[in-house]
Design a protein around this ligand. Structure first.
Ligand SMILES: CC(C)(COP(=O)(O)OP(=O)(O)OC[C@H]1O[C@@H](n2cnc3c(N)ncnc32)[C@H](O)[C@@H]1OP(=O)(O)O)[C@@H](O)C(=O)NCCC(=O)NCCS
Length: 210
């Protein structure tokens, strides 16, 4: 089982990262039928997306078993935010073509995102960064990627739609090699500060917020 990273952060969050090396059929055979229903599979047409889906569910199952959490299935709320049925544990997940990351916390909502630096983020920086953030990131593709993943992770923690990345999700300026950065979720009556953990995994950045 290619879980390449498994650890607990100091904030009690547990993270597991799966490196996808198996074929579609190998992964499908590894999944117990209680975890993957035919209805779920029928909704995912593209083979690569099915691979990512299999791995995400296997990684969840790995952590659930490791942490002794009773598994009664996964459901999604009206906004698409997933949760474990009948459990107080919270989780968040992210897929890429090569890696899947899942984070879990016994009592607090959390969010995770994994991305690799790309030209696209430079092109859309004005859409997701405030002026202060844009000045800090400049055209540094690594920093733009960390900003983007940090905001996606905060978005997943919050979980609801109608969020404006420039206004509602704010990240304090940081150094490129900084492992802990600070963020803020500011929407309606909510105004909360968060610390976010940044890790480099191959060409990707993994950002977790809890
Ligand atoms: C939902 C969203 C966060 C997913 O991110 P992504 O980079 O496309 O994909 P990831 O692989 O990182 O994450 C996918 C997972 O997010 C989770 N997710 C979906 N909706 C969610 C929500 N409302 N809250 C929390 N998690 C959610 C799901 O678990 C999903 O995986 P699954 O379908 O296998 O269960 C993203 O598509 C989105 O809507 N972002 C906000 C809107 C936006 O991007 N605005 C741009 C501002 S410029």
């Amino acid at each position: 089982m290619p879980i390449i990273i498994e650890k607990q952060y100091s904030n009690q969050a547990h993270v597991a990262v799966w490196h996808i090396t198996e074929s579609h059929d190998e992964l499908q055979a590894m999944l117990p039928s209680a975890i993957l229903t035919d209805a779920e599979l029928a909704d995912i047409r593209h083979a690569q997306k099915q691979i990512e889906f299999f791995c995400s569910r296997l990684t969840i199952k790995y952590l659930v078993d490791k942490l002794g959490i009773g598994y009664l299935g996964i459901k999604k709320d009206e906004y698409g935010k997933p949760y474990l049925v009948g459990s107080n544990w919270h989780f968040s997940l992210t897929h890429t073509a090569e890696y899947i990351a899942v984070v879990m916390h016994p009592s607090r909502p959390l969010g995770v995102d994994m991305e690799q630096p790309s030209e696209k983020l430079l092109r859309i920086a004005h859409k997701f960064l405030s002026e202060t953030e844009r000045n800090d990131a400049d055209s540094d593709s690594d920093k733009l990627c960390i900003y983007w993943s940090a905001k996606e992770a905060l978005y997943k923690l919050y979980g609801k739609r109608k969020i404006i990345f420039i206004d509602n999700l704010l990240i304090c300026p940081f150094r490129k090699n900084q492992q802990v950065i600070n963020g803020r979720l500011r929407i309606n009556e909510i105004d909360e500060q968060y610390t976010l953990i940044v890790e480099r995994i191959a060409q990707y950045y993994l950002v977790t917020v809890c």
